[in-house]
Structures are given as C-alpha cells and as structure tokens.
Design a protein around this ligand. Structure first.
Ligand SMILES: NC(=O)c1ccc[n+]([C@@H]2O[C@H](COP(=O)([O-])OP(=O)(O)OC[C@H]3O[C@@H](n4cnc5c(N)ncnc54)[C@H](OP(=O)(O)O)[C@@H]3O)[C@@H](O)[C@H]2O)c1
Length: 261
C-alpha cells in the first residue's frame, strides 16, 4: 500500500513511527510538508518529501490529510485539484465529511499518538464504507494499534473526547502525582521521574493482567484503611462527574470546531 501524508506534524509522525516499527517500507510513504524542521526529520527517516503539484491520481492508495483544522478545507481542495479521484483519509478533528469538497471520497479517522508505539486506538468512519480505501484505512491503522469503526459520524465527537483528548486528561491527573513525588524527593527530580516511569508503566501491566479497575482497587483497598479514606474523598468531590464534564467539554468543542469551519 502506498500512502501520502499532507502535513507531517505530531500525529503523522506518530503514525509514521508506528508504521516503520511494523516494517512498512519508508519507500511506501511520501509526505507533503512545508515546515523545514519536519522535512529534516522526514529525510532522516528516509521518507521522501514531494510537492503538492507533483500529485496525481493513481499514485497513492490513500492520501492522508494531517493538517490543523484551520488549514484543512483549503488543503483538501488543493488535493482534489491534483488528484480528484483519490480518496482522502482525514485525521482532522471536528470537521465533518459534509464540509469537504468531495464527501463521497472522504474517510474520517481519529487516531491518537499511541500509534507511535503500535498501541494506538483509531476511530474510522465513511459515508461510503464500500470504498477500497476504507479497507486500506483499516489495514493501515491495524498496523499501529486498534481500530473502532463508527456507525455514526457524530460518535467521533465522543470518541475524540475519550481517546484523543482524554489521554491528555490522564496526563494532567498524573502530573499532580509527579509534582508531589518531586517535592518529596527534595530536588532530586531525575530520580522522581525515573520512579514515576515505572509507576505509570506498572499501571498498564496491572490492567493487562486484570482487565478490571474495580478488582484492582479492591486489591489495594482495605476497610478503614488509607486507600479507602482517599477514595471516599474522591467520591465526595464527585471525581466521576469532574471527568464526565471534561469529556462533555471536549465533545462540545469538537462539535463547535465543525460549526466554525
Ligand atoms: N496531535 C494529535 O494527537 C492528533 C490526534 C488526532 C487528530 N489530530 C488532528 O491531526 C491534525 C494535525 O495535527 P498535528 O498535531 O499533527 O498538527 P501539526 O503538528 O501542526 O502538523 C501539521 C503540519 O502540516 C503542515 N501543513 C499545514 N498545511 C500544509 C500545506 N498546505 N502543505 C504542506 N504542509 C502543511 C504544518 O506546517 P506549519 O507548521 O508550517 O503550519 C505542520 O507541519 C489536526 O487537524 C488534528 O485535529 C491530531
């Protein structure tokens, strides 16, 4: 499968790293990029950088649009001028298929940066799931992690809030732990960071083994103990509601971005 990214920033780089780890050949990946620092990085990965004007139909199985939402519609229009029949897989958050110049050739994906470690979770949606390119999109994202196919395009807003933005919410919470540990280590930040890497890594190991957070909590908690006291405090402060509200805010912002474009 030959693919071309228009925009090789954070998310394209994460996917490219995952693809290279999955032994996709650099020769099967091409990027169109205007930022010189990113071009240097691509060259170090042996990925060729082409100009938009060199694009034509039948050069690629998929063209992947990975620019910021403000640049997306203009870039999609440019793509369609040069390769009018090639399906475009857009990674752009918030902009619905109906807003693009040729909706029948658009596939939407919402990946996350864990794709870099082949542990991504990607939502996929197309109005026309019979497109060959839809199958290609599934194959592509399965190389860098898991794929969840959406029945309704609107569900991507919810998925974005949980898996896309939601990753950052967990980072924010974990940062409170790290800050406290750094304080306790009295200036030995490096040691605190090294410890914290294992702390965070072990959360994944424990969940891999158990697959159930209630069970994991019950293994730590004892009646009247320290964990129970802390958990009761979290519940009293409505932790579930706080997180639900963050999901809702991200979902609403995703809907608003669509309406602004
Ligand atoms: N980052 C994530 O975790 C993530 C996750 C899911 C979805 N997304 C979506 O993916 C898209 C890209 O996000 P990102 O974080 O990767 O952005 P980014 O780091 O800013 O990367 C976009 C790159 O595309 C370049 N570019 C923009 N227009 C171009 C054009 N016409 N021709 C050539 N290059 C062009 C930009 O160059 P300049 O710097 O010069 O503008 C930039 O280097 C966004 O729409 C976002 O909603 C991101």
């Amino acid at each position: 499968m030959k693919i071309c990214f228009l925009g090789a920033g954070n998310i394209a780089q994460a996917i490219i790293s995952g693809l290279l780890k999955a032994e996709v050949l650099p020769a099967d990946i091409v990027c169109i990029e205007r930022n010189s620092e990113k071009i240097v990085l691509l060259e170090s990965q042996h990925i060729s950088v082409q100009s938009l004007g060199s694009l034509a139909d039948n050069m690629f199985d998929l063209i992947i649009l990975a620019v910021k939402p403000k640049d997306a519609i203009a870039a999609a229009q440019d793509l369609m001028n040069f390769a009018p029949h090639t399906p475009v897989l857009t990674l752009v958050a918030g902009i619905e298929i109906a807003q693009y110049p040729n909706p029948d050739l658009i596939i939407r994906a919402m990946p996350n940066t864990a794709a870099a470690y082949n542990k991504g979770i990607t939502a996929l949606y197309a109005n026309n799931k019979a497109l060959h390119a839809f199958q290609h999109s599934i194959e592509l994202f399965e190389k860098v992690g898991h794929v969840m196919i959406m029945d309704r395009e609107d569900d991507i807003h919810i998925f974005t809030s949980i898996v896309g933005s939601g990753q950052a919410f967990l980072f924010k919470i974990l940062n409170t732990y790290l800050t406290k540990l750094k304080k306790l280590s009295k200036g030995n930040d490096e040691q605190a960071i090294e410890m914290f890497k294992d702390f965070v890594g072990s959360l994944g190991d424990l969940f891999n083994q158990e697959g159930d957070f209630e069970m994991l909590i019950n293994k730590i908690k004892s009646p009247g103990g320290t964990t129970q006291a802390g958990l009761e405090s979290l519940e009293k402060n409505n932790i579930d509601l706080v997180i639900e509200e963050a999901f809702k805010a991200a979902e609403q912002r995703s809907i608003a971005i669509n309406n602004e474009s």
